[in-house]
Design a protein around this ligand. Structure first.
Ligand code: GLN
Length: 205
């Protein structure tokens, strides 16, 4: 059997452990990434939920901002949840002063879009690309995709039409947190992108 392609979880802030646990349970060689050398050793990267402006600042402080941009430009598969989706977007609404994103996903993502009344909620989402059953999605001060370009494909929407899961090539983003509900299909999809690109066998699940 071929070796496993190592994958990373950006470990500057946010729900890093939950992502590492899901990836490890799926048989992946998953590691935290805090330094450029650690990024250089992985073949895919998860950007966790947390606070996108804090992750942006820390990525710059840790010398990871430009290496992550370069990895995206080079086609490294990435999966962003919530704050991670914001970090993948080329354009954001509701940024704090000076907030930047890694970009790569041709989309506009609005931060904290559900307002204080519904800052956190749960719902079942149909995700045709994943099939049955529906995804039980937890939204926590979540963003939503409000505009996207021709190469980006919405994977799930709320009944009001706001897009909450999207994919463009090897970039995958969800506004909600599958890592907190035992939902593994988005992480499997991310790992499939990694294995397709690296030519390494997918781990048995
Ligand atoms: N509101 C956060 C942000 O704008 C995202 C929340 C989350 O990741 N759960 O970064």
């Amino acid at each position: 059997m071929a070796g496993k392609a190592p994958v990373g979880v950006l470990a500057l802030q946010g729900d890093v452990r939950e992502h590492l646990a899901v990836l490890t349970a799926l048989g992946a060689d998953a590691r935290p990434v805090r330094r450029p050398e650690e990024l250089a050793a992985v073949e895919g990267l998860v950007l966790p939920g947390g606070e996108s402006s804090a992750i942006d600042k820390l990525a710059r402080a840790f010398g990871l901002f430009h290496p992550i941009r370069a990895a995206i430009a080079d086609g490294m598969p990435m999966y962003g949840t919530c704050a991670g989706l914001i970090l993948l977007a080329d354009r954001i609404d509701g940024a704090i002063a000076g907030q930047q994103t890694f970009g790569g996903l041709d989309a506009r993502v609005a931060r904290n879009v559900f307002g204080s009344q519904t800052a956190s909620f749960e719902t079942d989402l149909d995700v045709p690309a994943l099939g049955d059953p529906p995804v039980h999605a937890i939204f926590i001060r979540a963003p939503a995709v409000v505009e996207w370009g021709p190469d980006a494909e919405p994977l799930a929407s709320l009944p009001d039409g706001r897009v909450v899961a999207i994919e463009q090539g090897a970039l995958l983003g969800t506004a909600f947190h599958p890592e907190s509900t035992g939902e593994t299909r988005f992480h499997q999809r991310f790992l499939a992108h990694v294995h397709a690109r690296s030519g390494v066998d997918a781990p048995a699940s």
